[in-house]
Design a protein around this ligand. Structure first.
Ligand SMILES: Cc1cc2nc3c(=O)[nH]c(=O)nc-3n(C[C@H](O)[C@H](O)[C@H](O)COP(=O)(O)O)c2cc1C
Length: 190
């Protein structure tokens, strides 16, 4: 069981990083092989809507997203972690998500599996926002649900924490890190 963690925050060791690490610890405790990709460290051009991917389901940009496609294909479980930024996912996460247009093209234009095979995959979404606002996570949830649907990744749930702003403040939450560990265990057991 391979679990891919995708860290979408620019803030290393911040709230979503801490939660993601706990999810992956939980998964590893159940014997899963875990790996983390830090999007902020990668060189990724935003999708240019050139439609070159319509030909073979491959993006013409030879940048770090090529590695991300391979890791997505290898993974059985995907954990996407992003802070809320201006009500949506981070720019880093959105660039990666938009580059999955090449995988959309595989599925809807070329009629081939978006991730190369039909293995059942599951995804978990982790998000933190500084504000306490009704519907704080709705835009991000719509984006991530759309991503998982296009990639044939079953939506396995989410960990959403509002009112958490300062770096590391998630540590003061009474249950968040434990919840994340448990969610990681559950993700690979189900
Ligand atoms: C550019 C930017 C935009 C933000 N926009 C929002 C927002 O719209 N709503 C919100 O609740 N928090 C917003 N925040 C606060 C972050 O979501 C919050 O600090 C979160 O804990 C950061 O998580 P991290 O430590 O994993 O980066 C924003 C932060 C930044 C830097």
């Amino acid at each position: 069981m391979k679990v891919l963690g995708i860290a979408g925050s620019p803030r290393r060791g911040g709230n979503t990083d801490l939660l993601l690490a706990e999810v992956l610890k939980g998964a590893a405790a159940k014997g899963a092989e875990v790996k983390t990709i830090v999007l902020n460290d990668l060189d990724m051009t935003p999708c240019q809507h050139c439609d070159a991917c319509f030909e073979k389901g491959v993006c013409r940009f030879d940048d770090d997203m090529q590695m991300v496609y391979k890791e997505l294909e290898r993974a059985d479980r995907i954990v996407l972690a992003s802070p809320v930024q201006f009500m949506g996912v981070s720019a880093q996460a959105k660039i990666m998500i938009d580059r999955c247009q090449a995988l959309w093209a595989r599925k809807y234009v070329l009629k081939i599996p978006p991730l190369g095979d039909r293995r059942p995959r599951k995804g978990l979404f982790v998000a933190v926002g500084g504000m306490k606002l009704a519907n704080l996570f709705e835009p991000s949830l719509a984006i991530v649900r759309a991503l998982f649907k296009v990639l044939d990744i079953e939506y396995a749930g989410d960990l959403l924490f509002s009112g958490v702003d300062a770096k590391g403040a998630i540590k003061n939450h009474p249950t968040a890190l434990k919840d994340a560990f448990t969610a990681g265990q559950k993700l690979v057991e189900d």
